[in-house]
Write a protein that binds this ligand. Structure first.
Ligand SMILES: NC(=O)c1ccc[n+]([C@@H]2O[C@H](COP(=O)([O-])OP(=O)(O)OC[C@H]3O[C@@H](n4cnc5c(N)ncnc54)[C@H](OP(=O)(O)O)[C@@H]3O)[C@@H](O)[C@H]2O)c1
Length: 290
């Protein structure tokens, strides 16, 4: 299948480059493809004429979004609608990525797709607007909300922790925000599970929202401890972690305290689940330290 992937250098895009076997991938990136320039989106899709689009590019700077709400809304809230309308013209379905930040973070239960959204920050508001823009664009689609993404590529929590441990003996890390660490390589595998299913069974489960994240829950402090335990096992850097409340680590954007995602709908529809978060983490740490 000819697949257009937005966001060539992002974590998910680079993971797809590794994991999308047997398909022709065309990557779209700035300057030729800019989420802030609708004409560049329409031109790219009309020129490439993909059979399917994976929409992985986004404005992902969560704190910066508080200072640039218009740019964040144009990229995350409006561009998915532009992508959808252009995709509908060539009958290409769109697999789009969204986020746990569409929820307000209340409670302790894992969020299902039927739960009410209620984003508490600009990034989450713009991503929710993007889900709605795509859903009403006329394109066939599936939206995958994921969370706490890390990989051997780009910027992420795992790489930040390993870098900090090169120069620090101890770190304070937030211990009262819970979620599912998710390997971008596992997201790529999940996207390919949908693509491969749709090849034999076109649009099975389409026009719906799904949750897909690493199996199992943790908090940022325990995530950091797991990173350093695995790193130490391979002779890599490690440091001591003190868990602190989020209130003691103020950031521009408020993060949801409960980001747990229930991924049963995806598992039932596509017969595919993410590995335990610890086992995926081990694979990434091994690669990063190799
Ligand atoms: N990272 C997470 O923890 C997380 C959590 C939940 C959901 N998600 C969602 O998952 C998806 C993939 O995330 P990721 O971690 O792979 O993101 P990422 O590594 O931050 O990559 C984002 C990509 O988007 C591109 N991009 C940003 N602004 C653009 C613009 N105006 N025009 C064209 N491209 C632009 C970036 O290009 P440059 O390289 O040129 O900057 C980059 O390649 C996103 O939809 C994100 O919202 C991520």
């Amino acid at each position: 299948m000819k697949i257009l992937v937005t966001g060539r250098d992002g974590q998910v895009a680079q993971s797809l480059a590794e994991r999308a076997k047997g398909h022709e991938l065309v990557f779209a990136a700035r300057p030729g493809f800019d989420l802030l320039d609708p004409a560049s989106i329409e031109r790219t899709i009309a020129e490439v004429r993909p059979e399917l689009i994976i929409s992985a590019a986004a404005y992902t700077a969560v704190d910066q979004a508080e200072d640039e709400p218009d740019r964040a809304m144009a990229a995350n809230g409006e561009a998915p609608g532009v992508i959808g309308r252009a995709a509908a013209k060539i009958d290409a379905p769109v697999l789009h990525l969204s986020t746990d930040y569409v929820f307000d973070g209340s409670g302790e239960r894992a969020w299902t797709e039927d739960d009410a959204t209620g984003p508490i920050g600009t990034y989450g508001k713009t991503k929710l607007a993007g889900e709605k823009a795509l859903a009403s664009s006329g394109a066939r689609f599936a939206i995958l909300r994921t969370a706490w993404v890390y990989s051997p590529f780009g910027n992420n929590f795992v790489k930040t922790m390993l870098r900090l441990a090169e120069t620090r003996d101890a770190l304070n890390v937030v211990a009262d925000q819970y979620g599912n660490p998710t390997s971008a390589l596992d997201i790529a595998d999940a996207l390919m599970a949908v693509v491969n299913r749709w090849q034999g069974d076109p649009l099975h489960g389409a026009d719906a929202v799904y949750h897909f994240a690493g199996t199992g829950t943790t908090n940022w402090a325990d995530f950091a401890r797991a990173i350093f335990a695995e790193s130490a096992r391979h002779g890599g850097p490690a440091c001591a972690i003190t868990g602190i409340p989020a209130a003691d680590y103020p950031t521009k954007a408020v993060r949801p305290a409960n980001s747990r995602l229930d991924c049963m709908r995806f598992a039932k529809t596509f017969g595919h689940e993410a590995p335990d978060w610890e086992s995926s983490l081990a694979g990434t740490i091994e690669r990063l330290l190799a």
